[in-house]
Design a protein around this ligand. Sequence first.
Ligand code: COA
Ligand code: AMP
Length: 629
Amino acid sequence: MGYTDIYQSWKSDPEAYWLKQAEAIDWVEAPTKALFDRGDDIYEWFADAKVNTCYNAVDRHVEAGRGAQAAIIHDSPVTGIKQRITFSDLQARVSSLAGALRAKGVEKGDRVIIYMPMIPEALEAMLACTRIGAIHSVVFGGFSASELAVRIDDCTPKAIIAASCGIEPNRIVQYKPLLDGAIEQATHKPDFCVIFQREQEVAKLVEGRDVSWYAFQYGVEPAECVPVEGNHPAYILYTSGTTGAPKGVIRSTAGHLVSLNWTMKNIYNVDPGDVFWAASDVGWVVGHSYICYAPLIHGNTTVVFEGKPVGNPDAGTFWRVIAEHDVRSFFTAPTAIRAVKREDPDGELLKKYDLSRLRALYLAGERADPDTIHWAQKMLDKPVYDHWWQTETGFAIVANPVGIEALPVKVGSPTLPMPGYDIQILGEDGHPKPKGELGAIAIKLPLPPGTLPGLWNAEGRFRKSYLDTFPGYYETGDAGMIDEDGYLYIMARTDDVINVAGHRLSTGLMEEVLASHPDVAECAVLGAKDDLKGQVPIGFVCLTKGVDRPAEEITRECVALVRDRIGPVAAFKLAVVVDRLPKTRSGKILRRTMASIADGEEYKMPATIDDPAVLDEIAAALKTIGYPK
Ligand code: COA
Ligand code: AMP
């Protein structure tokens, strides 16, 4: 069957379609029913099943004779380490870690925060949690102590598993002081912390609270897989929203297994045993789905790469890893390809490696600009597939289903909706827009298995963020259009979320931080176009009356404040002082108009603007920091 038939077979009987896909999972008790309608637009999948994630990702492959196959290849140019961990090794390591967590009181339903860099132990910690039914929440290493504290207070973990450090270009990031600071700031205190000591940095343990990774596993009984209900949360992953508080996206166990397993062949076109590589980080959804869970569930080898695309030692690193480990499908963010292109525009480094076994490059996480796609197509001489999804969905909403049928690529479009997703472009009035017209991208409810059933501790916010605007639909937060052939084009966010180097960030959070500076009376943050990172944040601050210090001093403090409160990942390096912010007559700040000025784009004077002259002041301030570029 081709794509159209498969999509139609899903549409005509979604329940039968997903029950069929569920047969690829090993259940303790198989689901008798696919969809559970909980009323009021809340849905769950496979809720009456019993299953274990870790069993499906690890143990079942050992039992099926894949024990000697590499489950994880760790390639770390920043430390020089290359390591292969077989499915049998992984089973032993994960069951020992899970046993040690259980021995210290971690049980089904308890939360565990994981704060680790790109090392196999991060995946082992995730799998150990799911093995005993604990709910993990991985926090990206580039976030600050304050952001970690916010997550500790929201998900109230019984334990935190951290590494002693991460490694960034030219610096070791000591995790332990950040962890200690976060626990001090947080109201909730974990019972204990497990610290994985790395050679590059040995952290000092807090007596009575911290245990070391190996020592606490000594002599424990390895843990077996604990069956959990299909709707039991496998994990919580925090993502940026419009306000400063992050949203804790919940991922239910059974739908996660079924949907991710489906994608490995149908989208990424790999068979069990093939090597698959997603160059991202376990702190993001791409890392959850495609570094850890999907490849392992499907019996693939996953590559855990610790390093940057450039400078480790050069822009040929990606190609070396692909050739050396026989990667068949490769997934990364467009920004990483732009970084490589900038260093090696003619692909000289690429020519050093045999990439004949690579089948395709997959891009997601941010808009894939045509230049980047064309460059990668030309250099690799392979198909380049853009696909679109979000933390909330956990897998592609729109993609090219290459394992079913490679559809023609239209550069600029991630192609067509995957089974499970009925996409509509809606106007502000909630009515569908005609083909070719821009509108809000919405998905008809119910969403497919594997997508979020709700937000942790925040049902009201879940409804407000996703369900209230268009009754009967999930609001994606993206705007776009569908062409005559049904291809979707993603044009912009409809909220204040920006995307910096493939990282989703909230300008609202940055504004909250800037507003906390004692000399700042009012502020606005927007995302300006950037050749490498896609977007970068720029902050505009109005000073409190009577403040008489040099503007540069204050903007320097603002930059330091954001780095301290949110973390280096915010990449907040540009702030300017202005007298006034452009507003509508009702007082709404005109951020989009400001962004158009920063990008050097034509803009329409907003009809409701209070004082058009303020826009000239904004343009003059932007000029002082080199914008538009
Ligand atoms: N721990 C601690 N700090 C981190 C970090 C981590 N895990 N990840 C990034 N940072 C820091 C960086 O060191 C940098 O700090 P600096 O301001 O001192 O230089 C800052 O956060 C910004 O990082 P980043 O935006 O990644 O910029 P960069 O200049 O270090 O690298 C790229 C640029 C394009 C090479 C890099 O962003 C990249 O490879 N991106 C791939 C995107 C990706 O994987 N996205 C995931 C979603 S698919
Ligand atoms: P995240 O939840 O971090 O994965 O970010 C999801 C958001 O990133 C989406 O809502 C989009 O705004 C953007 N995004 C992800 N993939 C793409 C893509 N292929 N094209 C355009 N934007 C994308």
